[in-house]
Design a protein around this ligand. Structure first.
Ligand code: NAD
Length: 258
């Protein structure tokens, strides 16, 4: 494995989840110091152990990304411990309630937008000035193919991921003068807890049938693996991608080619 992040610092939110944990491992293997952020209730210590086993100095910061004080704190902690932030994987997200829009609970709608939209904005708001202070860096926001098309059953999630794409483009324009690139990745179904939850939400009696049906709707015939998303995020943050910003990339086994 190349070590493209030797001497660099990566902050990753949703670090205890499927995609976030894979990103922690990838950045650690490529030489970055890691700041792993997730809710206090999560297994962040396991994530730290995996990153340290790969030789990465790692700091775990429990935070709720909807709370500005928590977000400011994780950005500040990264600067105090490591002096800089070079890569920011702004990835924490929730699927929310699953069901028809006409029955969608208002409190669930508000929570999905708080985590997936406000949390992403707050992350950029507090991390970008630290990146700028050391000459720039790269922010990768996690959107979804649900940010590119309509997806019945998850109206709040779809709205939130469309918003992530809009914020990514705006941030790319505003932050370019500071040497900060901002991109978004749009995964199709990836093998994580979130998809198990969506499969159960779509058909509580036969989630495996939903898995088979969704997998067969993808040209490559399968869900993606978290490590495949992590590899793309690492590429975007690396010196191999220095002319990419405002770029919205599906990682979807061909799904958006239909
Ligand atoms: P996951 O549930 O395994 O991980 C999400 C992580 O975000 C969890 O560890 C969770 O604790 C954390 N989180 C949730 N709310 C938070 C909050 N308020 N503050 C801090 N952390 C919080 O799911 P995943 O599949 O790894 O999802 C990661 C990202 O990828 C999400 O933004 C999700 O919407 C997106 N995504 C996932 C898929 C997929 O198929 N799995 C597809 C497209 C996009």
């Amino acid at each position: 494995m190349e070590r493209r992040f030797e001497g660099k610092v990566a902050v990753i939110t949703g670090a205890a989840g499927g995609i976030g944990r894979a990103a922690v491992e990838r950045f650690a293997q490529e030489g970055a110091a890691i700041v792993a952020v997730d809710l206090p209730s999560t297994a962040l210590e396991e994530v730290v152990a995996a990153a340290e086993a790969a030789g990465a100095p790692t700091l775990a910061i429990p935070a709720d990304v909807t709370r500005s004080a928590d977000v400011e704190n994780y950005a500040k902690a990264a600067r105090e411990r490591f002096g800089r932030i070079d890569a920011f994987f702004n990835n924490a997200g929730i699927e929310g309630w699953i069901g028809p829009m006409l029955q969608y609970p208002e409190d669930q709608f508000d929570r999905v937008l708080a985590v997936n939209v406000k949390g992403v904005w707050l992350g950029m708001k507090y991390v970008a000035p630290i990146m700028a202070a050391s000459g720039g860096g790269c922010i990768v926001n996690t959107a979804s193919v649900a940010g590119l098309t309509g997806t019945p059953g998850i109206i709040a999630y779809g709205a939130s991921k469309h918003a992530v794409i809009g914020m990514t483009k705006t941030a790319a324009l505003e932050l370019a003068p500071f040497g900060i690139r901002v991109c978004a990745v749009c995964p199709a179904p990836i093998e994580t807890r979130m998809m198990r939850s969506l499969e159960r939400g779509i058909n509580p009696d036969e989630p495996d049938a939903v898995h088979r049906q969704l997998a067969s709707s993808i040209p490559l015939g399968r869900y993606g693996e978290p490590a495949e998303v992590a590899a793309l995020v690492a590429y975007l943050c690396s010196p191999d991608a220095t002319y990419l910003t405002g770029t919205i990339i599906p990682i979807d086994g061909g799904r958006m080619a239909r």
